[in-house]
Design a binder for this molecule. Structure first.
Ligand code: PLP
Length: 384
């Protein structure tokens, strides 16, 4: 099997699985209990919190565990909206993950005014567009760090500078950058930042939200005092311990592994450009998460390509995992100016730790052949 869908999710690292299994076997205590069983679970959770905090360059008291990247996005947006009455304008971009877009729509239904910043042909927002969108009533700016479909990285530090000059806080969804590039929340200057464990070889169903000390936010879930009262509910302790271990492995494998994966992705990109006539690369050529390689194959349907590749046990995606089941054309590819019929022909290949040089050689052998065959079939049916 050749797995090229690491942006959708990653295989759990063996060390993570082991640590979680050990934890589940040995430590069932409720971290809110004050006797030793509970205290031990709490200590292990604190260790995980310290690891996530160190990786993000922040204090452990600024990291709040949640149930997913999606939840962290909802928390940041609803939580700040509720915390700043009267500031009912919200600025985001057209290419955000549904976790932000759908939350923005929910704010609109509550009477908020939302501005969705456009992007250029490579998927980057314009800072002048941002400046003109901000008003005295803007309560939050939320711009993703890198896009999950095309990988383009946004100028978050500049976004922060512009917003902070006007006293407006900034949230960034760093789900796709954490582990793939340096994500230092202090250097970026953001007030809130979202990460998710299952994109970094950790378990599914655990995320975290960085909340800068002193930044205003209301609780997301109400109940007990867990997560300092901001996210009530007995914690997913095993998941959190797994998240911490995934971060430890990330630090251990470090830049060397990142460079290897980026090199493989570049070989794949160059190989497709060279060997597949008419292939159209989507995304920023340089300023992007390099492990994300998105191509359109005009004249074809992405689904046909995906299924043909799957028969060779090569797994890719046609867009974000969340939109996989919908018939809609990718809102990201539409936003960078692709006509619907071309957007419908795009596949995303996202590389990760499981990939080898041999994998890429196989894809570069199979893909051009699949495209050629599909084109020869569709050539007989110009209408469809
Ligand atoms: N934000 C981005 C940019 C993502 O790519 C994803 C997952 O695909 C999410 C948020 C949602 O994260 P989770 O799957 O942990 O809810």
């Amino acid at each position: 099997m050749i797995y090229l869908d690491h942006n959708a999710t990653t295989p759990v690292d063996p060390a993570v699985a082991e640590k979680m299994a050990w934890f589940l076997r040995e430590h069932f205590g409720n971290p809110s209990s004050i006797y030793p069983l509970g205290r031990r679970a709490k200590e292990l959770m604190t260790e995980a919190r310290e690891r996530v905090a160190a990786a993000l360059g922040v204090d452990r008291g600024e990291v709040f565990f949640t149930g997913s990247g999606t939840e962290s996005d909802n928390f940041a947006i609803f939580g700040t909206f509720e915390a700043s009455p009267g500031r009912d304008e919200f600025v985001t971009s057209v290419i955000e993950h549904p976790a932000v877009i759908e939350t923005a729509k929910a704010l609109e239904r509550r009477g908020a005014k939302v501005t969705y910043l456009p992007v250029d042909a490579q998927g980057t927002i314009g800072l002048d567009d941002l400046r003109s969108a901000l008003t005295l009533k803007t309560g939050l700016v939320s711009i993703m760090h890198a896009n999950n479909e095309i990988g383009t990285i946004q100028p978050i530090a500049e976004v922060v500078r512009i917003a902070h000059e006007r006293g407006i806080p900034v949230h960034t969804d760093a789900v796709q950058t954490f582990g793939k590039t340096d994500v230092d929340a202090r250097k970026l200057g953001v007030d809130y930042l979202t990460v998710s464990a299952h994109k970094i070889y950790g378990p599914k169903g655990v995320g975290a939200l960085y909340i800068r000390k002193g930044a205003a936010i209301c609780p997301f879930l109400r109940g007990g005092r867990q997560e300092r009262g901001l996210r009530a509910g007995t914690e997913n302790t095993a998941g959190i311990i797994g998240f911490g271990e995934a971060v430890r492995v990330l630090e251990e494998k470090g830049r060397k592994e990142r460079a290897r994966i980026e090199h493989l992705a570049e070989t794949l990109k160059v190989g497709i450009e060279k060997n597949v006539p008419g292939a159209r690369f989507n995304g920023h050529p340089t300023n992007r998460i390099k492990s994300t390689v998105n191509f359109a194959f005009p004249g074809l349907e992405a689904e046909a390509i995906l299924l043909a590749l799957a028969t060779k046990e090569i797994y890719v995606s046609t867009g974000s995992a969340c939109s996989e089941e919908s018939e809609e054309v990718s809102h990201v590819l539409r936003a960078i100016g692709l006509p619907p019929e071309i957007a419908r022909s795009a596949i995303r290949m996202s590389l990760g730790r499981s990939n080898t040089e041999e994998d890429i050689a196989v894809v570069l052998r199979e893909l051009p052949e699949i495209i050629r065959k599909l084109k020869s079939i569709t050539a007989f049916h110009p209408e469809g």
